[in-house]
Write a new protein. Structure first.
Length: 310
C-alpha cells in the first residue's frame, strides 16, 4: 500500500492553483507550467485540487485531467496529493478511485461540504472514504472557512483506520498539535495548513506545511520551513517577518483570489478564478499590490538550507 509512503510526507506542499482561460475552461498547459516551476524551485510535494485549486468548482473529468497534468509535470520527483471536497461520501469515493487509477500518492479529504456536520456524520464520512481506498488520507481541518471542526478528540477515534495517516490543521490554534500528540502519539503525520502560523506549528511538531503563498515565493517558503524545522529560529524569525504580510492573505476568505493575483504579479500564473469566486475589486488589488511591491523591494537573501540552485 502507498500509505507507508505517507511517513515520508514532510516539507512544503503548495496548494496548486488551477489556471483558467478567458472562456472559463481549464488551461491544462499553463497549470502544468506552474507545477513544473514549483518543482524546479525545490518544493517538497504538491496538493492538487485543494481549496486554492478551486476544487468545488471543478468536474470530476476536469480533476482527472489536472491529476494527469500534475503527474506528467512532476515526473515522479515529489509526492502528489489530491484534494477531495465532495458533498457526499459516494462522490468522494468516486473521486478517490479516480485518483488511485491515475496514480496519485495520497488524498487530502475535507469533511462533507453540504453543511456544518455533526461529529458522528463527519467521522462516518471519513470512515466510508477510507474503506473504499488504499491511498493514504490526510484529514483536512479548516473550521474558519468551512465551519465543520475536526477536533483532536475526533481524530483520536480514527486511530483504528489504517489509511488515515495524517492531518492538516488550519484552525490557527497551534495548541492542537500538542493535544494531538498527547492523545494519539505519533499515529498521524502533522501538517500545518495555515500560512501565518507555520513557524509556531513546526515548533510544536508539524513536519509539513500545505501552503498558499509558497505558490508565489516557493524558495522562501521552503527555506522558512527548513529553518524552523532545524531549530534555526533567529534566521527563521527574520524571514518570517518579511513574509508575514503576505502569509496573512492565506487566512482570508478570498485567499484564492489573493494568491492568484500575487502569482500574476510575479509572472507565475493568471488571476482568473471560476465562479462563485469573482475577481478582486480595484481597492483590494491595490492593497495586495502594495504588499507585493514592498516584499519584492525588500526580498531577502536566503540562508543556506540545502536547496539546489534555482
Amino acid at each position: 500500500m502507498k500509505k507507508d509512503g505517507a511517513k515520508l510526507w514532510q516539507g512544503v506542499y503548495p496548494a496548486i492553483t488551477t489556471q483558467f482561460r478567458e472562456d472559463d475552461s481549464i488551461d491544462f498547459e499553463a497549470t502544468g507550467k506552474v507545477i513544473a516551476a514549483l518543482v524546479r524551485d525545490g518544493v517538497s510535494g504538491l496538493i492538487m485540487c485543494g481549496t486554492v485549486g478551486e476544487n468545488c468548482s471543478l468536474t470530476l473529468k476536469e480533476k482527472a485531467g489536472l491529476m494527469e497534468v500534475a503527474k506528467s509535470a512532476a515526473g515522479g520527483r515529489v509526492p502528489i496529493i489530491l484534494g477531495i471536497a465532495e458533498y457526499t461520501a459516494a462522490f468522494a469515493v468516486e473521486t478517490a478511485r479516480e485518483a488511485a487509477r491515475i496514480g496519485m500518492d495520497g488524498l487530502m479529504v475535507m469533511p462533507p461540504m453540504v453543511y456544518s456536520a455533526k461529529q458522528r456524520e463527519t467521522l462516518d464520512h471519513y470512515r466510508t472514504i477510507a474503506k473504499a481506498t488504499d491511498l493514504p488520507i490526510m484529514v483536512y481541518n479548516n473550521p474558519p472557512i468551512y465551519r465543520t471542526d475536526v477536533t483532536p478528540d475526533m481524530m483520536a477515534t480514527l486511530v483504528d483506520v489504517d489509511t488515515i495517516v495524517a492531518f492538516k490543521e488550519s484552525s490557527g490554534d497551534t495548541r492542537r498539535f500538542i493535544d494531538m500528540k498527547l492523545m494519539t502519539g505519533d499515529r498521524f503525520v502533522p501538517f500545518c495548513g495555515l500560512d501565518d502560523v507555520v513557524v509556531e506549528s513546526v515548533m510544536l511538531g508539524a513536519v509539513g506545511w500545505v501552503s498558499g503563498l509558497s505558490n508565489v515565493f516557493p524558495r522562501e517558503g521552503e527555506t522558512l520551513f527548513r529553518l524552523a524545522h532545524a531549530g534555526r529560529y533567529a534566521e527563521a524569525k527574520a524571514l518570517y517577518e518579511w513574509f508575514m504580510p503576505l502569509l496573512h492573505l492565506d487566512a482570508r476568505s478570498d485567499l484564492v483570489q489573493c494568491i492568484k493575483y500575487c502569482e500574476k504579479l510575479v509572472g507565475r500564473g493568471t488571476d482568473r478564478t471560476r465562479a462563485p469566486r469573482l475577481p478582486l475589486d480595484e481597492t483590494e488589488k491595490a492593497e495586495i499590490r502594495a504588499i507585493m511591491e514592498k516584499a519584492l523591494a525588500t526580498r531577502p537573501n536566503l540562508p543556506d538550507v540545502g536547496l539546489l540552485a534555482a
